[in-house]
Design a protein around this ligand. Structure first.
Ligand code: NDP
Length: 386
């Protein structure tokens, strides 16, 4: 099957990126650290040689962000959709030139489909482990959305399945590929703000229990955890990427009114402190009861600081460098390319069968840290040694 010759411009002209009528619109160790990609990728693959992807779950994020990421991809193209909705498959299939459709019952038969190399899991968190392991057993490489899974035990099972299948497993931490954050990491590593002494990272939004993509986020079986699993993980994962080290201890407390009926099953908010071996602290927070949407991080160093607000959005992140002179903003390339860059990086890793920049081990590390936060918060904010 030849590569689909779509470009973002041609799809825009054809209205393919217009909001969908279906309501699916935008609305351990070294491996665990990962490193952001700074450079450009190699030339495009010859026609017909891009890695072929199946998308599992055609929900809000898949349709609004992940699928458009394929339009400009140099190394990835979509060949299949896995969904419980034939209507969505038909609609999106027509828009994006995809004609191989599977559902959750016949999903395992992708093992017999030579037109699928990689599988992208974009399901509610509670389903990540099951579909990741099924895809690995089918012989496919898997990129799964963040957070990796509901528990560290599930993450361990996913990593074991990838090893058994001799396939790659990545977690879709898009920020490692987002140009503004990559630029911030370069500034920090170049010594622009001196030695980092302290980090703050706050992320949250107001969860609406009547909005389907938020509804499952409030159910433990489908969400795994609460705000820290879903949105707080950005502050956790990004600050560890910027610092290039893992904490040796942490403490946490819940920060939501316990009588809010939305938070019967999962935590509505948490504040935490990570302590690094070199004395640096990260003070972070996350919430499902903040308005407006908050995404901000500050890296305070001996010579200046870097403030990012917003820090981890899809398309408008900014860096303000604060030093002895006037504050100045640092621009970066179009953050939208984070989706395309992530797909290209995973495709190249899968082709070479070498670890992705944000591998399963990184996802496991983060779930273990969040589990330690819950343990601390359940015990009155006790310090948990890691
Ligand atoms: P949605 O609810 O919009 O989409 C989830 C999709 O999963 C559904 O549309 C459905 O697709 C499928 N699905 C299968 N079983 C179920 C079930 N029991 N309940 C609900 N949906 C089911 O969620 P999001 O798109 O917001 O999130 C999906 C994943 O993407 C999550 O892992 C989330 O953490 C991640 N995400 C990542 C972001 C990022 O920036 N990296 C941003 C937002 C989300 P179908 O109808 O096709 O079967």
């Amino acid at each position: 099957m030849p590569d689909t010759d779509f470009t973002r411009r041609s799809l825009l002209a054809a209205g393919a990126l217009a909001p969908l009528a279906l309501g699916a619109t935008r609305a351990l160790g070294q491996q665990a650290h990962g490193t952001p990609l700074a450079g450009e990728f190699a030339l495009p693959d010859p026609p017909g040689q891009k890695m072929r992807w199946a998308i599992v779950g055609l929900g809000n994020f898949a349709v609004g962000e992940a699928i458009p990421g394929f339009i400009d991809s140099q190394h990835a193209r979509m060949t299949a959709f896995v969904s419980g909705s034939p209507a969505k498959q038909k609609d999106l299939g027509a828009r994006f030139g995809v004609s191989r459709f599977y559902d959750y019952m016949n999903f395992d038969s992708i093992a017999n489909d030579p037109e699928i190399d990689c599988v992208y899991i974009i399901l509610p968190v509670g389903l990540h482990a099951e579909y990741t392991i099924r895809a690995l057993k089918a012989g496919k490489h898997v990129l799964t959305e963040k957070p990796m899974a509901s528990t560290s035990a599930e993450c361990e099972a996913m990593i074991a399945a990838a090893r058994a299948a001799k396939r790659q497993l990545g977690v879709a931490y898009r920020i490692h590929f987002e140009p503004t954050n990559v630029r911030a990491k370069q500034l920090i590593d170049s010594g622009e703000i001196g030695d980092i002494r302290f980090v703050s990272a706050d992320h949250g939004f107001n969860a609406d229990p009547n909005y389907p993509p938020h509804k499952w986020r409030l159910e433990k079986a489908l969400a795994g955890g609460g705000s820290m699993f879903d949105i707080g993980i950005y502050g956790l994962n990004t600050s560890l990427m910027m610092l290039g080290q893992d904490p040796v201890a942490l403490s946490a407390n819940y920060i939501y009114p316990k009588d809010d009926p939305r938070f019967r099953e999962v935590e509505g908010g948490i504040e935490y402190r990570l302590r690094m071996a070199n004395g640096v602290s990260v003070a972070g927070s996350s919430s499902y009861s903040w308005s407006p949407y908050i995404s901000q991080q500050r890296y305070m160093g001996s010579k200046g600081s870097i403030f990012m607000k917003p820090a981890t959005t899809y398309d408008r992140n900014t860096i303000t460098v604060e030093g002895n002179g006037p504050n100045h903003e640092v621009g970066a390339a179009n953050p939208l390319t984070q989706f395309q860059r992530q797909l290209d990086a995973f495709s190249l890793a899968a082709r070479a069968n070498t670890p992705h920049k944000t591998p399963g081990e990184m996802g496991l590390r983060d779930i273990r840290l969040i589990e330690a936060m819950y343990k601390s918060a359940d015990n009155g904010g006790e310090v948990v040694k890691l």
